[in-house]
Design a protein around this ligand. Structure first.
Ligand code: GYE
Length: 320
């Protein structure tokens, strides 16, 4: 020890200085946490609220957030994750645009010993050790709530057109399946057509225009996998000279501010909530993971439903 000190006087002085500083001012300053977030893109108002929540909460906590907009492409998200690994971030957050194809890049993150948190959308993998945990909503439950609400509202009868989300994405897969399962006991409530509008307002409008041309007045109900598509469909319905919410029942998912307002106005009939505001929960989870604490493998947000009975009252307190 002594020889080490005499041979390395500079090292000794530096160590002594550090001890004095920590002794005088408490713990040494913490290093800034670096988090990489591979976002899907900016396809909907839900997505914007989600990105804002992640950014605002990072700023509040002094976290260095490296935000990447995948612009609707999995390959961009994978490239972002690789760059986070190269930059040596402390944790990686991914909102996986589709369910499959993640294993190779997740293995790279695991090899680099960087914990990966999945938010918003789940993935299909045979190796659950490739990610620490998932934080988001239960999409199956949302689709089920929409089906149950609809069956009651139209007394188990009607022709439905379905506006689906991004093909291969967890919310599109689950919301489609749950809705079909929920309708199984109502043989007179049928899906007559379905197509993807990619979770976008313009997509919802275009698909609805095509459906109206093809099926005309045979359409009684629109089930949209998100509010943006429902709002686009409402516009297409109006442009076709019909009244959305009256001539055609609209049920959708997300409960963005504009949709809850539309429900209060009777232009959309029901929207099932899917909260995008999980910035705080994500960073709390990362802190726990980095401290070596155990976290639940899956944790779901609690979501409610808005229709004519409660939408107007909920409006002033909606946060997105
Ligand atoms: O419903 C939709 C968005 O993954 C839950 O993605 C999310 C969905 C949301 O574009 O609006």
């Amino acid at each position: 020890m002594f020889t080490l000190i005499t041979r390395q006087p500079f090292l000794f002085l530096a160590a002594a200085a550090l001890l004095t500083v920590t002794g005088l001012f408490g713990a040494a300053p913490k290093k800034t946490l670096k988090v990489g977030f591979a976002q899907t893109g900016a396809e909907s108002a839900w997505r914007t609220a989600n990105s804002d929540s992640m950014k605002a909460e990072a700023a509040k906590r002094g976290i260095d957030l490296k935000f990447s907009d995948g612009q609707g492409k999995q390959e961009n998200q994978i490239r972002a994750v690789r760059s986070f690994i190269t930059q040596g971030v402390d944790a990686i957050v991914i909102a996986p645009i589709v369910e499959t194809g993640w294993d190779p890049v997740l293995r790279e993150a695991k090899r680099a010993k960087i914990p990966v948190i999945l938010t918003d959308r789940t993935i299909q993998t045979t190796d659950a050790s490739l990610f620490v945990c998932f934080i988001g909503s239960d999409f199956y439950e949302e689709g089920k709530m929409a089906a149950d609400w609809l069956a009651k509202a139209v007394s188990g009868k009607g022709n439905i057109v379905e506006l689906q989300g991004t093909p291969g994405s967890a919310p599109a897969n689950e919301r489609r399946k749950a809705f079909a399962d929920g309708l199984a006991k109502y043989p007179s409530l049928k899906i007559i057509d379905a197509q993807s509008g990619n979770f976008e307002r313009s997509g919802g409008k275009q698909v609805m225009e095509a459906f109206l041309k093809k099926h005309g007045k045979a359409i009684n109900v629109v089930y949209a996998h998100n509010d943006d598509m429902a709002l686009g469909a409402a516009q297409a319905i109006e442009e076709a000279g019909l009244k959305p919410g009256k001539d055609i029942t609209l049920v959708s998912i997300d409960a963005i501010g504009e949709a809850v307002k539309a429900v209060a106005a009777g232009r959309i009939n029901c929207t099932v909530e899917c909260s995008p505001l999980f910035g705080p929960k994500v960073y709390d989870t990362i802190a726990k993971v980095l401290a070596g604490e155990k976290v639940p493998k899956k944790s779901f947000n609690q979501d409610e439903l808005f229709d004519a009975t409660n939408a107007a009252k909920a409006l002033p307190t909606r946060q997105y």
